[in-house]
Design a protein around this ligand. Structure first.
Ligand code: ATP
Ligand code: MG
Length: 359
């Protein structure tokens, strides 16, 4: 089952506009609900594991609804320190606290008449959940340090990778707020439950990355296709996207093979102390640890490099070496092809470094 990239496949990659790929029954169900609710102003709660496309769906709802062209403001509730969250959401008036030298509007003001996307809503502290509930109920909020309540008209779309009902049971999330934001609950399936979408997703991403990096990619070998289908994709579509980007960068020719997917290599057979099994070279341990870390973060190299406290460039260097080693193993232990220099960066025709446009 060799997978080929058809000529003229949409080269959208990480296009600016939402481009939803997938025709599995589970995704058709999601599109069906979306079609029914895009035109309403009801709050939507998008639930799904990391990397399943929650933000993409939120943007697609916005793009296909009557508030298109109005503001779309996204807030990552995990990215804002607890102490700054209230002012970030509702804004503050001049003199509200030390350092508040000017009146600054919050995201509710900025999203007025449009859509407010509250990402990772499950991480919002309880005292702010109470304030959020009040805005949803009254359509009014007050800036930090202010006295005048302000009217606001926003459609609220929330996303979470937690089971919020469980958070409610544990007392970490307000039940009344849950019912307010989950008027329409939308569950995104993990990629392992819709593997029939893999061919479409793979060709979609490959044609995007091939175009972005100025490469010709014809497809995947049987072995590589099988490896992609056998894998469980804990990091979902994002992990798949990252793996394919990595493979396009690592490939020397137009066909992608297993060696170009080093982060999908098998688990390290760690010999337990006292088991009598032969110890392995330190280099092998490092390789396993790096690939395992990459896998844990859904293939995000910048994130993996940060965890490992090495540079992204250093990580890239090691990954390329692994490809050489795998390639050499596949050729029966012959020396790796000298054509691939580990330090060689992908280049555009003009010699500048190629970079994909990321959303
Ligand atoms: N159905 C899809 N079609 C095309 N691309 C997709 C699809 N689903 C997800 N993606 C892509 O996968 C990546 C992850 O999607 P997104 O950021 O929306 O996921 P998420 O659920 O919000 O992830 P996280 O929980 O990590 O924030 C994005 O680059 C997105 O464009
Ligand atoms: Mg997200």
């Amino acid at each position: 089952m060799t997978l080929t990239v058809p000529d003229g496949a949409p080269a959208s990659g990480r296009a600016a506009l939402p481009y939803l790929v997938g025709e599995s029954p589970r995704m058709l169900e999601v599109y069906g609900v979306m079609a029914k609710i895009a035109h309403a102003s009801a709050s939507v709660l998008i639930q799904g594991e990391a990397g399943t496309g929650k933000e993409l769906i939120a943007r697609a709802l916005y793009e296909n609804g009557p508030r298109r062209g109005r503001p779309f403001v996204a807030v990552d509730c995990t990215a804002i320190p607890d102490g700054l969250m209230e002012s970030h959401l509702f804004g503050h008036v001049r003199g509200a606290f030390t350092g508040a030298v000017a009146t600054v509007p919050g995201v509710f003001s900025r999203a007025h008449t449009g859509t407010l996307f509250l990402d990772e809503i499950g991480e919002m502290p309880l005292h702010l959940q109470a304030k959020l509930l009040r805005v949803i109920q009254t359509r009014e909020f007050t800036m930090v340090g202010g006295t005048q309540p302000q009217h606001v008209d926003v459609r609220i779309i929330c996303a979470t990778n937690r089971d919020l009902r469980d958070s409610v049971r544990r007392g970490a999330f307000r039940e009344d707020l849950y019912y307010r934001i989950a008027v329409v609950p939308l569950h995104l399936p993990p990629l392992r439950d819709r593997k029939e979408d893999l061919p479409l997703l793979i060709t979609h991403f490959l044609s995007g990355f091939a175009a972005a990096y100025g490469r010709r990619i014809d497809g995947l070998t049987d072995r590589a296709t099988r490896r992609l289908f056998d894998y469980s994709w804990p990091g979902n579509v994002r992990e798949l996207e990252n793996c394919l980007e990595q493979a396009v960068l690592l490939a020397e020719g137009p066909l992608l093979d297993v060696a170009h997917f080093p982060s999908l290599a098998g688990r390290f057979p760690y010999p337990a102390a006292g088991s009598g099994a032969p110890r392995l070279p330190l280099r092998e341990l490092e390789k396993w640890y790096i690939l395992d870390t990459l896998q844990q973060v859904g293939g995000n190299r910048a994130h993996a490099a940060k965890i490992l406290e090495i540079s992204v460039r250093g990580l890239q260097y090691k990954l390329r070496r692994y490809v050489q080693e795998e390639g050499s193993k596949a050729r029966g232990g012959r020396r790796a092809s000298p054509r691939l220099s580990p330090l060689q960066e992908p280049r555009n025709g003009d010699g500048s470094e190629a970079r994909p446009k990321s959303a």
